[in-house]
Unconditional design. Sequence first.
Lengths: 977, 487
Amino acid sequence: MLKVTSESLLWLMLALPFLGSLLSSILPARKRNTAGILAGVVMLLASVVAIGLYSSISEGSVVRSRIPWLPSLGLEIVLRLDGLSWLFAALVLVVGFLVVVYSRYYMSPEDPVPRFFAYLLAFAGSMVGLVLSGNLIQLVFFWELTSLFSFLLIGYWYHNERARSGARMALIVTATGGLCLLAGVMLLGKIAGSYDLDAVFLAADRIRQSELYLPALGLILIGAFTKSAQFPFHFWLPHAMAAPTPVSAYLHSATLVKAGIFLLIRFWPVLAGTEAWFATVTTVGLCTLILGAWVAIFQQDLKGLLAYSTISHLGLITLLLGLNSPLATVAAIFHTLNHATFKASLFMAVGIIDHETGTRDIRKLSGLARYMPITATLAVIAAGAMAGVPLLNGFLSKEMFLAEALDLHRESFAGRTLPFLATLALAFSVLYSVRFIHQSFFGPPPQDLPREPQEAPRWMRMPIEVLVVACLVVGMVPALTVAPLLGAAAYSVLGPNTPSYSLAIWHGFNAPLVLSLLALLLGALGYVLFGKRLNRQDGTPLVGVFKGRRAFETVLSLLIRGARRTMEFVGTRRLQPQLRVLVLAACFAGLLPFLRYGYQGGTKVGTPLDPAFALIWLVGGICAVAAAWTAKYHRFAALILMAGAGLVSCVSFVWLSSPDLALTQLLVETVTTLLLLLGLRWLPARSRDLWPGSRTPWRVRFRRGGDVTLALAAGSGIALLSYAIMTREMPNSISRYFVEHSYPDGGGRNVVNVILVDFRGFDTLGEMTVLAIVALTVFALLRRFRPAPESVRSPEQQRLQDASDDAREGRERGDTLADYLLVPRTIMEWLFPAIIVLAFYLLMRGHDLPGGGFAAGVTMSIALILQYLASGTRRVEDRLRVHPLRWMGSGLLLAVVTGLGAWWFDYPFLTSWFRYVDLPLLGEVPLATALLFDIGVFLLVIGAIALILVAIAHQSIRTTRRRPEPPLAVKSGEEEA
Amino acid sequence: MDFVASLGLILPELILSLTGLVLLLVAAWAGDKASSAISVAGCVALGACFFLVARTVCAGASGPDTVAFFGQFRADAFAGFAKLMIYAASGAALVVAPAFFGRTGQMKAEYPVLILFATVGMSLMVSAGDLLTLYIGLEMNSLSAYVLAAFLRNDSRSSEAGLKYFVLGALASGILLFGMSLTYGFTGTTSFEGIRAAVGDGLNGGTLFGLVFVFAGLAFKISAVPFHMWTPDVYEGAPTPVTAFFASAPKVAAVALATRVAIEAFGSQADAWRQVVIFAALASIVVGALGAIGQSNIKRLLAYSSINNVGFILIGLACATPKGVSALLVYLAIYVAMTVGSFVAVLMMRAEDGTPIEGIADLAGLSRTRPALAWCLAMLMFSLAGIPPLFGFWGKFVVFQAAVQANLVALAAIGIAASVIGAFYYIKIVKIMFFDEPADTIRGKSDWAHWALLAISAIVVSPLGYLLTAWLGKLADGAAAALFLLA
């Protein structure tokens, strides 16, 4: 029964702060008191719950509560309370309660206080979640949550520039660390086989021996060091001091920075005990300890002093944890607790000073003890604890630290120097503590303060009083107060290895005591000697040049500028370089298999190369290259050259014995070239002078050279690959089936035609539809087309002819044209019936011999185009009555009806039927229903090409009408087709 | 598998194609007045298909019963999972458009039709069981996409985006087609099953060529580095609803398609392509993060962010394990929610007179002028950065976990380290919105549809999203299992 209760209490403890945060966030911004009371009650309740839970862990037992979440991923939500997490949770909640009380009086009524408390409570909840996590991923989750809420807390006064940059810096540093931590714990989970904390503890030996130990250790340490502001990541902490003082008091004493420490202690049983751990953690801790203390001496801002002192004390704790000694670990836990109490009270005291005097500048402050005697007393005691004065809690843990430092391997260099360095750092600590107290509270009355100092309200002092009493009580009677708590925490970390130790003020007159007294003396002496000079000092000697912030900002700006530069260099918005990159990347990708497997041609032997064929291909290649070369500067030439290349491919088809392909190719080539020629007329004129002085700059030549190289590389790569494929056995393709079944099943010997009209009739029907759509689209697009202004004028030759016609008597415009085209026109007009007969011939024989509906249709269209060329648009359209739309429509309809006809006879769609029929005049003719289908193709092709032709041809009529001078005689109503 | 059963399996595609065709006719006759009615009809069709597909996904459909048209088409749970995301994202693209285009009277009735056709293409892509189905689906989607990118005909940026996308996309399609023909040339088949059988006992040089070029072509479609350069330009130039569409649905389709090709056709040779995928993943993460830093236009920034995200998605593919594919799907689902949400937030950035605003500087102090929008966008940004407690963290986590389990420890570690750079610029945006002095240019009113979508995606990326994890993980596991059952 008790078990159940403590488990549910765990959930309550975690949920309370978040609930409070939610409630507080919906309060109106002015409800300062309500928010304060709400937050206080929530924190108090949670603290009571935490304290109530002590009994269940005091005997070294562990309370667990798990909710299976995603068992397949090894994820459970586990709350796990042992001595260590209890200690931290209690610290977080109790100090949290005190901070809430303090903040209520600290925050000014202008601030949106409910939001402040919402952030603070959520942060406290995240901290509780972090320390209670029994699952590594859950731990990282709450870890990042603390980063996020601390970001919001530090940046709470967003109107302050320093708060904004401080918040961002803190978030970037700690969130980065959090991501590293995530990577680290994932490795840990991989080694241990589970993310469950208990499983990880059990796998401790396996983890330390694993080859992934070092990367895991490194990543986890980065996470811990960034969070607990260890050198060299310490720089964010002083800048986070721009936050409201209660936030600093909370984040930098008991919570945020202690999360890093908590992590180190939590993983101590798993990760510690190796050389790598010792070397890294000790070194980092020692550096942080000394550096922080040294810099703290020279601070003129009270909060800055406390910030660096915090860094230094965190270094001390880290150093202790690095020593791989159980006793040192106990000392570390103890000092964590002590530091939290005295540092929180000191921050609050500084907050009072700031609040009451309006400044935190140590040089302006003096003799405040007479205005605020109680605060002064409290601060003196807390600072004494910070300096390690006997009878206060700081003294005890410091003694343990010194004992451990002395106890380290005496033979090594590090072992011998450590006690001295430790004493030095402690002396520094004494020095800045004395400076802090003496400068602010003693001496002559202050002058020129922004505000008249006075004692703080009672409730604002209360939290400090509580904490200072704790310092005193722990310092004087440790065994009666803190010993059991510390024992439980230490046991949960060290288990049966927990060393025996005694918490007492007096251990006899031994070496640690001597060093401790020495440090006190040295520190006091230092202040007497240099105290005055410190006030005049700007910046820190020795290490002042190395500003963490500057380094951070340099790194950031390097990153930003570097990223911009790189993107400017490799990124571009222009299409050409993008194409180049694309081709280049493809070439490079193609290179990979070459490098891996080398190049092998196939086994099939190619036919010997005929010189004539090679010559044809040479011509074709030259045509193609030349077409590309002139494409930009001379479109007409490029088009003709392209036609040349097309012709060569026709010849190749003939050469390779496929006359049907050659015929089709030839016809299509002709039609497309003619249509393109007609269209060319309306393109905008090319710019003649691309480069001033008609000299191409070297830059451009270089670029073009690169493009040529790239084209050559890509082209030869493709050629090589094609060769490799074509010299291999062809895979079992479908073509053999077609060749074998073309006559028995389709009744035709022209395999291509049978495929088109029979085997793949459905595809052809689709393609017919596409062709019809294309024709309609061309028509629709050109109907609204208006040529570029410079293309509207008639061509030069026509203008000359017109001028000459105008100049002479008795001649009409167009006479010259009609005269000199007489012979070709007559020929072309007489050709018309001949071509039509040819078209019908091709259509009829298509099923067995080269030809077919498509070829016939294209042939017929050529006849039409010739008429247009010979006689001009108007004349042709006066006589010819081809309605393109009707032709296209009937073609499609015929094809579909033919297909549907098969259904009549219970065959699938488009099944064809064939028979030989004896026709008069023509003899025996193979007749298949496929022929009907082919006629459909024929009609459609003619219609489509005629429609395109009409659309292009009518450009000339329309633009003539738009010319300024009156055009040739135009019959109205003809221009819109 | 007979014809009728096959037709039953492609029912969603049939519904979408027929709806698209009918709506096209409606659009031709009724004109742009009917555009909102057509949009609604398109949404209804998408919704119907969504529920049709949801059934197969929930049942974890796999095996021979899901194969239609002799292996050309697969309607398994994997395809279904991808289709759910595609339909949802396409629906979002339909919903957000009227308010955007309507302001200037540029809402045309073709828009919903084009989206529907693109969706059919994507549907085919993710279900492809054959290189030819793959290509047809891809081109169907791409052709619609080219037109959509240039949808604002009078806007030079939009036209440029469309042209650029077309030219580069055509080249990439050529590369893809070349790779496919090489694959066919060396294996003698175009079906994934046949290719798998042919490469079962090792790749030869020729097949590797085919593989490399097929992957290069697909890399363009998912905008993985080094085939990413079109992304920022097209995303910036295209109208924002279209950009939202591009960043979500086609990306899902292309990733799912690449996964299917990699696992189903070349799964036995994972070692041959893993290196390439790892390279593309890391390069995308780094380039995406670095590229985003210097941007001042939020659409360009999101474009780079999508490149960055593709990198993380590819980590899941590099695992080549069921866990990896499942992680990839989970990531994709979260990614779609985040992307749609972010772009809807961009859509809501309007000046007083309704002109769209795209500058990052204009976001300054948004938390004070438009707190709700600022909070939603901040959540989306933190989620994209993968910072807990937002849901984006979960996607990153499952992907990294899969990588660690597949012994790709270094990849996971480098990926996490590189995500740090990414976190930087997301945080920058949050800082600008919350801490900077208000620029107060964003004052326009927003459509209720935008608010609704933004709210939905904000809820999904919020910590409440974690309630979905168990369910999402189960579906993704089922989908991945269906894929590996065939492989």
